[in-house]
Design a binder for this molecule. Structure first.
Ligand SMILES: Nc1ncnc2c1ncn2[C@@H]1O[C@H](COP(=O)(O)OP(=O)(O)OP(=O)(O)O)[C@@H](O)[C@H]1O
Ligand SMILES: [Mg+2]
Length: 534
């Protein structure tokens, strides 16, 4: 509200709320910190899980930062910005969501203390930017380059990403599956490697145990064979993918056929059936013994195909047709008269199997499939769902590493080392910005601190021990041994993380905390619900 010779001028609509200056900042920081606090206890292998109940009463039990924040309904605008950090992290690299949120919360927490000491937010903001750029350089130096086909290291990275998840005991099996799946669908295009995780189809079915989870060198189609007389399994399959229907063709225009004798109608129907028969037999002529049809297959066509011993599946989704094409190296054909034997795909085995209560078609033993399926089994739904989230992290980490093959020691080792080197850098900057860079370094230590705290050890002692280890070159990879509560070499323990996960985490955490710090005025329009109550 401005004043003009004593008369107030209203610039905002009635009911709008406005917070300014330190008040606005404090309020935003408190909200962002609250979000970070909500996920803090889930970080690391000894982190706890959250049980989330949505408005319909559906329960999710998870340890996954992105899932937790996605499920809880956050109202406050600054809190929403923090939730965005987790989402971005999940989309870009698929892991490290909890870490990025906790780090953002700590950057704001420590900034608040500086603001209390009358350091202007702009200075903090500038210091944070410098610290981020320096950190990225330091990460380059600290990172270890690996060969993208180094399966052993990729497996260790996958296991580290799953260490913190609810389900234990199947980690190495899941890690093997993740590495196999991602390397299988990786395509080399010149010097670039392209990985599209959508080419890994995940099928979840309750029943049996997690140990029965497996990867199929091919695709699973959630459909049944159309005709009971068709074989239930075929070895050495030659697969035709047809996008048009296998039915008696209807003429495109209205035609009138005058029939004088009953013989003529029979002849006409016979002719129609013959046309269809010729089309269908074209498939067997070129050697197809399995047919996937995107549209319908009528009774007549079914009978012919059953007689010929061809497995046929109809109304297959377009996306599944594409996966089948990638898995078996087949071409999707619209006009059957054009099909040749070169268009057929190959699979060692095609069979219908009962999984749980449903029949499904397994197209497996493909020789170099560019799309694969993973079938997740577990006794109950909650476990199947968490297993899927866990697999998502493992697949993402393997993908991220193949695309950018640099890794870092985990268990807080890299954060402690970065903090140490960043503090040395801060001293070279001097002035008030030095303070901001120093608190950035301190904020990085929130990751090892939280890991230790969640594992039930004393963070103060352990962080001091870790810092002193990092004084020497040999101690550079020292992180927390979660089992002993002592510093240990993370490279020796095989606790490894992709560099891209840490780079993305500090990048988005810095961006969002700087953005929140720069806000000194929050103007909120009166909400609709408030308005309607008036
Ligand atoms: N065996 C281990 N010993 C020590 N630290 C470990 C071990 N395994 C994993 N960690 C650490 O746990 C942290 C990751 O924990 P967590 O997976 O819960 O969070 P996140 O990856 O940040 O988020 P999310 O997985 O929910 O997206 C990393 O700092 C990682 O180095
Ligand atoms: Mg993780």
């Amino acid at each position: 509200m401005a004043q003009l010779s004593g008369v107030p001028i209203l610039i905002l609509k009635e009911g709008a709320e406005r917070k300014q200056g330190k008040n606005a900042q404090k309020n935003n920081i408190a909200a962002a910190k609250a979000v970070a606090e909500a996920v803090r206890t889930t970080l690391g292998p000894k982190g706890m899980d959250k049980m989330l109940v949505d408005s319909l009463g559906d329960v999710t039990i998870t340890n996954d930062g992105a899932t937790i924040l996605d499920t809880i309904d956050v109202e406050h605008p600054a809190a929403k910005m923090i939730v965005e950090v987790a989402k971005t992290q999940d989309e870009k690299v698929g892991d490290g969501t909890t870490s990025s949120v906790i780090f953002a919360g700590e950057l704001l927490n420590l900034a608040e203390e500086l603001i209390e000491q009358s350091v202007h937010p702009t200075i903090i903001f500038r210091g944070y930017r410098k610290a981020l750029l320096k950190c990225k350089d330091l990460i380059k130096d600290l990172s270890i380059k690996i060969e993208p086909d180094d399966k052993e290291t990729l497996t260790k990275l996958a296991i580290t990403s799953m260490n913190s998840k609810l389900i234990t005991g199947v980690k190495s099996q899941f890690a093997d599956i993740a590495v196999r799946a991602v390397t299988q669908i990786t395509e080399d295009r010149g010097s670039r490697r392209i990985i599209d995780l959508d080419q890994i189809q995940i099928i979840k079915k309750e029943g049996k145990s997690l140990l029965d989870t497996k990867i199929i060198d091919g695709i699973i189609i959630d459909k049944e064979i159309v005709h009971p007389m068709m074989p239930k399994s075929i070895l050495d399959a030659k697969i035709a993918l047809i996008s048009s229907s296998l039915e008696v063709e209807k003429t495109e225009f209205d035609a009138e056929i005058r029939i004088q004798t009953p013989g003529q109608i029979n002849k006409f129907l016979e002719e129609e059936a013959n046309l269809l028969k010729n089309r269908v037999l074209k498939l067997t002529e070129i050697g197809a013994n399995v047919v996937f049809c995107q549209k319908g297959v009528d009774d007549k066509a079914q009978n012919i195909l059953a007689k010929e011993g061809v497995i046929t599946v109809r109304r297959v989704k377009r996306s599944d047709m594409e996966k089948l094409a990638r898995a078996s190296n087949a071409k999707i054909i619209n006009n059957i008269s054009d099909i040749t034997s070169g268009d057929l795909g190959k699979a060692g085995r095609v069979e219908e199997k009962k999984i749980g209560d449903d029949n499904m078609i397994f197209i497996s033993e493909c020789s170099d499939p560019k799309a694969v399926s993973i079938l997740i089994r577990a006794g109950i739904e909650h476990v199947v769902d968490e297993a899927e989230r866990m697999l998502h992290d493992a697949l993402s980490v393997v993908k991220a590493t193949i695309e950018f093959p640099y890794i870092l020691p985990g268990g807080g080792a890299s954060e402690i080392e970065l903090a140490k080197q960043l503090k040395a850098y801060a001293r070279s900057i001097g002035g008030r910005e030095q303070l901001a860079i120093e608190i950035y370094a301190n904020a990085l230590e929130i990751i090892p601190k939280t890991l230790v705290e969640n594992a039930g050890y004393n963070p103060v002692d352990l962080i001091v021990e870790l810092r002193s280890k990092h004084e020497t070159e040999a101690g550079k990879s020292s992180g927390i041994n979660i089992d002993t509560g002592k510093p240990d070499n993370m490279l020796d323990l095989g606790v490894l993380e992709p560099s891209s996960v840490l780079i993305q985490a500090i990048q988005s955490a810095t961006e969002v905390s700087s953005m929140i710090l720069k806000i000194d005025d929050v103007i909120a329009a009166s909400s609709l619900s408030k308005g309607s109550q008036d």
